[in-house]
Design a protein around this ligand. Structure first.
Ligand code: ADP
Length: 568
């Protein structure tokens, strides 16, 4: 606001100097610099103060903007850990990335830049109009007339019934297109193989076309109103010049009116910019409103993590009691009245056909989703009464396709326990049979993992196991990887699994039945129901589904490729 004041002052002082100059010229006097010395000083000081104030406002607003950006991102990250995993199924990876990166950054841009512009955009035109009124109220009215007309036209254009709907449609289709682009890039290897026939490519093309159409529709819809608005908005000179000529013709003294005319021509041309800024600010705020709505929606997602103290389980047996659950938006129960009790320290395997509900059980134990009915308890304590931090502290989860962060291997393992010493990290890596591979890399434990590091799926999983070993959690959930590169890798992983499992309550999602025959409990899952539970021998005797699976597994293990001779 202050910078706007200091920005206007020089206009006024220069007008006064100009008036003195023209007065001297028409009176035939010699112009004396002494008569305008004070005005020159005021002009220089104002210009300087304008610079100082503008700089200070930019500094303050950027500081505030980055503080807010930080707080908001932290709040969103925290929130994302507390909501149901259904959110991640309902929203594409691309749209979540866009929310966390672009939408939040737009707010930064708005606070750092537009906020200052808002105050300048309001103060500058108002102050300019005051100055203009002081100089000559008639010329002021004439020069404001086209602006008033343009605003009336704009207001009428904005009030058109479908304007907001068009803007929303444009913003939504842009967000959708950007989400698809990110996914498209992620899936590039698949797309390269299947070319333009994949759904991803079709979706990509469709979303681009939808966005182009939305932009065209909005532009055509606004064409008349915006065209007229711009035509009037820049037309001050067209109105001012005839009025000035009439005033000059009717005036007794040229030297009175001429400086005013020159002043108005210069200042009115400059009035356009702050007024346009005012317009841009309102356009920017509509744009960030769409992003804000998405941020608000995420912040309003119901939290499933417990807030407050919570209870700490003393022991680590796991009980599912009549647990039923369907994924959000799905009518099929992925878990249908499942009950079991896994004693502390037992080794348990979940088996069953694909889609039977094995991974769902593991995810429900981690409280990724809220169950529809029943209860899940650890050491007799309902997981709903355990805080998120306590729950993740007690469970180590090794995913089938474990995510390795773009960070050093040391840090990737240390994620299991950020206070661990390098010796403990190395010990965990040795137990997970991955130490030799790590020291063989050019920078050993400091090697930053990227696509070019060349770690195989099995090696990545062993890093994930080292992470879990370091975590030293009393409950371990293992999703057995199906695609081992070779027999050596497989035996190393099995060995690492058994070291990780020792003395803990283990749930292993087993895709191959040979590895689990010694488990204390084998739970057979099919279509979301627990069909049977027991040791291998018991199930072989009593459970037909299990028997069939084991037999099929044996057949698969003895499978070999042979050439079929054509008849004749
Ligand atoms: P398994 O691990 O035994 O292969 P899952 O637990 O992954 O089986 O799946 C059980 C059922 O839940 C399947 O019908 C599957 O299609 C469905 N399902 C799995 N994940 C989701 C999800 N994120 N959203 C909707 N349905 C899902």
């Amino acid at each position: 606001m202050l910078s706007s004041v200091f920005k206007i002052v020089p206009f006024f002082t220069i007008y006064s100097i100009l008036r003195e100059l023209i007065r001297c010229y028409s009176a035939g006097e010699k112009f004396s610099f002494g008569s305008v010395k004070l005005l020159v000083v005021i002009t220089a000081v104002s210009a300087l103060l304008y610079g100082v104030c503008a700089y200070a406002s930019a500094m303050l607003s950027h500081g505030a903007a980055f503080d807010i950006l930080y707080d908001l991102r932290m709040k969103l990250m925290e929130k994302m850990g507390k909501i149901s995993s259904g959110y991640y199924t309902a929203n594409t990876q691309g749209s979540i990335k866009k929310l966390l990166i672009e939408d939040v950054e737009q707010i930064e841009g708005f606070i750092a830049h537009s906020m200052c512009e808002v105050s300048a955009a309001i103060a500058t035109p108002l102050l300019t109009i005051v100055v203009l009124l002081i100089v000559d109220w008639r010329l002021t009215l004439v020069s404001l007339l086209p602006i008033i007309c343009s605003f009336i036209i704009l207001a009428m254009a904005l009030k058109k019934p479908d304007g907001a709907a068009h803007q929303k449609n444009m913003a939504d289709s842009k967000a959708k297109m950007e989400g698809t682009i990110i996914e498209y890039i992620h899936g590039m290897s698949v797309i390269k193989i299947f070319g333009g026939t994949t759904n991803a490519f079709k979706r990509f093309e469709r979303d681009m076309n939808d966005f182009t159409k939305a932009v065209h529709d909005t532009a055509y819809y606004n064409a008349n109103g915006m065209g007229l608005y711009y035509a009037f908005f820049g037309a001050q000179v067209l109105f001012l010049l005839p009025a000035a000529i009439i005033m000059l013709n009717n005036s007794a003294s040229y030297s009175e009116v001429l400086p005013k005319v020159i002043f108005f021509l210069v200042v009115c041309a400059g009035l356009k910019e702050p007024l346009e800024n005012m317009m841009n600010v309102s356009i920017d705020s509509t744009k960030i409103n769409v992003g804000l709505r998405r941020i608000d929606d995420l912040l309003a997602e119901p939290e499933i993590a417990l807030v407050g103290e919570g209870r700490k389980p003393e022991s680590f047996g796991i009980t599912f009691d009549e647990v039923s659950f369907a994924y959000p938006g799905s009518s099929v129960k992925a878990c249908d009245g499942v009950s079991f009790n896994l004693p502390q320290g037992s080794c348990n395997a979940l088996v069953g056909p694909s889609g039977g509900g094995k991974s769902t059980i593991a995810q429900l134990l981690l409280h990724f989703y809220e169950i529809d009915s029943g209860s899940i308890k650890i050491g007799g304590v309902d997981i709903k009464e355990i805080t998120h931090a306590e729950l993740v502290k007690n469970i180590a989860y090794v995913f089938q396709d474990s995510f390795i962060f773009n960070d050093s291997i040391e840090q990737n393992i240390r994620m299991g326990n950020d206070k661990a010493s390098i010796e403990e990290v190395v010990a965990a890596a040795k137990a997970a049979n991955i130490h030799e591979t790590i020291v063989g890399l050019p920078e050993g434990y400091s090697t930053v993992v990227s696509d070019s590091t060349g770690l195989s799926g099995g090696e990545k999983q062993r890093i994930a196991i080292a992470r879990a070993i370091l975590k030293n959690a009393p409950i371990v959930v293992l999703d057995e990887a199906t695609a081992y590169a070779d027999a050596e890798n497989e035996s190393k992983i099995q060995d690492a699994f058994s070291k990780l499992s020792k003395g803990r309550t283990v749930i292993m999602i087993a895709h191959r039945l040979t590895t689990i025959q010694n488990a204390d409990n084998i739970l057979v899952m099919d279509k979301g129901c627990l069909k049977a539970m027991g040791r291998h021998d018991e199930l072989m005797a009593n459970c037909e589904l299990y028997r069939n699976m084991v037999n099929a597994n044996d057949r698969r293990d003895s499978w070999s490729m042979r050439k079929v001779e054509k008849n004749g």
